[in-house]
Design a protein around this ligand. Structure first.
Ligand code: HEC
Ligand code: HEC
Ligand code: HEC
Ligand code: HEC
Ligand code: HEC
Length: 387
């Protein structure tokens, strides 16, 4: 009987070793797997992201049946990538990879390096199928942690190091610096050579923080079921859409009285623009509360508008220039003066947030009924009492 169980377990492990599925990682990294389920990386396919689908439906590549977005939105769909490579028709099918793990655990953990190109960067993958990269400062010179069992107390206790399922390489510098994120998250150029998204990697080394320390902060719970560690790197990926409150400490407000009004400052400590995607619109809402009555002032919007040569706003693939860009830049402290008289005892309430899809663009994408995408979402608020 025991032999049978052992045999079954062994065959499960062998099966594991050949499978790419994130489902497999769940057995031993349950907490991380559950967080991953809530992340935008799991929803990056057209089948789970209404915005991505809406843009894709209008995109000229759709008519050509070439889903080149796969490079970043579903790199785990190897069949699709292969069809693209062979120049065949390649469209995202409703398969389990697209639906459940378009960017899988294993994909990220096998990014060896990133090569830089004008159009967009490219991930260079590890070719050792069993080895995963990770970051652990104390083990940084260990390139191949293999599974080992050590018995103590005459075989009563077993102590293990490494994972029975995979080897670990802790020497990849990109897992410490955050470069591993920049194969997909750096920039994208359209066919008119206009850079439509740009994180300006390398320009703004204003913080000791990295993509990883800000967006995957250490949170409570062990990183593996069989290990007892206090914390692990958050795999839900904090962002504009998911758990933004975990990022709010990187933005600070200030308030001062000035002649005939007041000034609000917004300090952005992130290493990139406060909002990145061209569909996003930021908004600063300010109101004055006096005798329990609230007066709303005209809000200030932050956006990046892409246009054609004549200055008419267009979809990203048609754009030839950036018509307007007033997003709050990396490290910038933006100061905005409100010419509005205030008096001692007034409360000035400041609310910063965003619209996921610019409400003016939503009808062009057929997204006007998706209210969650076109209503204001609060990121951070503060109240100042006028002295
Ligand atoms: C070089 C990598 C890369 C390629 C290629 C790429 N994208 Fe993206 N895309 C990203 C990243 C990274 C994000 C997340 C950025 C952010 O939120 O600011 C994103 C976000 C988006 C979003 C916003 C999603 C949301 O929920 O708000 C849309 C829409 C989108 N992409 C459409 C496309 C389409 C359509 C294609 C193919 C024609 C494409 N992308 C190709 C990297 C890429
Ligand atoms: C059979 C159990 C098991 C499975 C399945 C498994 N792991 Fe692990 N993994 C472990 C254990 C145990 C460790 C801790 C090793 C140590 O600390 O010595 C570990 C460590 C890791 C680490 C390094 C952690 C660190 O310290 O930085 C990464 C990354 C990782 N696993 C990713 C994955 C991914 C991705 C998958 C799925 C493709 C997966 N694991 C599947 C058991 C497993
Ligand atoms: C110092 C902390 C910090 C660092 C470093 C940092 N970010 Fe951010 N990131 C933020 C903050 C703050 C926001 C804005 C959250 C909001 O407005 O809701 C943000 C937003 C984002 C968004 C969502 C933008 C959108 O418009 O949808 C993406 C994607 C992102 N960061 C990726 C990255 C990547 C990739 C790196 C590394 C190259 C990085 N970040 C480095 C703090 C940081
Ligand atoms: C978008 C890329 C990405 C995806 C997807 C991803 N990881 Fe990670 N993972 C990382 C990075 C980067 C680190 C290093 C973070 C650190 O330790 O600073 C990491 C760290 C880890 C660790 C070590 C955690 C710790 O706190 O030391 C484990 C274990 C792990 N990942 C497992 C998984 C599993 C399991 C999945 C899928 C359920 C997964 N990862 C999906 C990028 C990713
Ligand atoms: C294989 C490409 C790829 C890699 C590698 C990758 N991302 Fe992403 N990431 C995406 C795409 C695509 C999206 C947008 C998904 C969507 O909404 O459709 C995204 C979305 C995000 C968001 C937005 C979340 C929000 O709530 O607004 C953050 C933050 C983010 N990624 C951080 C990271 C960090 C940090 C790393 C490195 C550890 C990383 N990503 C690695 C492709 C990637």
């Amino acid at each position: 009987m025991i032999k049978l169980i052992v045999a079954l377990c062994m065959s499960a492990i062998t099966l594991f070793a050949t499978s790419n599925s994130s489902q497999v990682c769940k057995a031993c990294h349950t907490t991380i797997y559950n967080e991953f389920q809530s992340s935008l990386h799991v929803k990056a396919s057209i089948h789970n992201d209404a915005i991505h689908k809406a843009i894709w439906d209008k995109h000229p590549l759709k008519a050509k049946a070439k889903y080149k977005c796969a490079k970043c939105h579903s790199p785990s769909d190897l069949k699709l990538l292969d069809e693209l490579k062979k120049g065949k028709e390649a469209l995202p099918q409703k398969n389990s990879i697209q639906l459940k793990e378009p960017i899988s655990c294993k994909y990220c953990h096998q990014i060896k390096d990133v090569s830089n190109h004008a159009k967009s960067n490219t991930n260079m993958m590890n070719n050792k199928p069993k080895t995963l990269y990770s970051a652990r400062v104390n083990d940084k010179d260990n390139s191949n942690v293999e599974y080992k069992e050590k018995s103590s107390w005459f075989g009563m206790f077993k102590e293990t190091t490494g994972s029975p399922f995979h080897n670990i390489d802790f020497t990849n510098e990109n897992f410490y610096s955050g470069k591993t994120c920049t194969g997909c998250h750096s920039h994208k150029q359209n066919s008119h050579k206009l850079i439509i998204c740009d994180m300006k990697i390398g320009e703004a080394n204003i913080t000791k923080d990295t993509c990883i320390s800000c967006h995957m902060p250490q949170v409570q719970g062990s990183f593996a079921n069989s290990k007892d560690t206090n914390t692990h790197a958050y795999h839900g990926f904090t962002g504009v859409l998911h758990k933004p409150q975990m990022l709010s400490k990187f933005v600070e407000f200030g308030f001062i009285n000035v002649s005939n009004g007041f000034e609000i400052s917004i300090k952005n400590s992130a290493s990139h623009n406060l909002l990145l995607h061209p569909l996003r619109v930021g908004e600063l809402q300010v109101s004055i509360i006096r005798d329990n009555k609230e007066e709303k002032l005209k809000s200030v919007k932050f956006m990046r508008i892409l246009s054609d040569d004549n200055g008419t706003a267009t979809m990203p693939w048609l754009a030839t220039k950036v018509f307007k860009d007033n997003h709050i830049k990396a490290g910038e402290e933006r100061k905005i003066v409100f010419k509005h008289s205030i008096q001692k005892g007034d409360i000035v309430e400041v609310r910063l947030g965003h619209y996921t899809v610019n409400p003016k663009v939503a009808p062009k994408l057929g997204l006007e009924d998706k209210k969650d995408l076109t209503t204001f979402k609060l990121f951070k608020k503060a109240r100042f009492e006028v002295k």
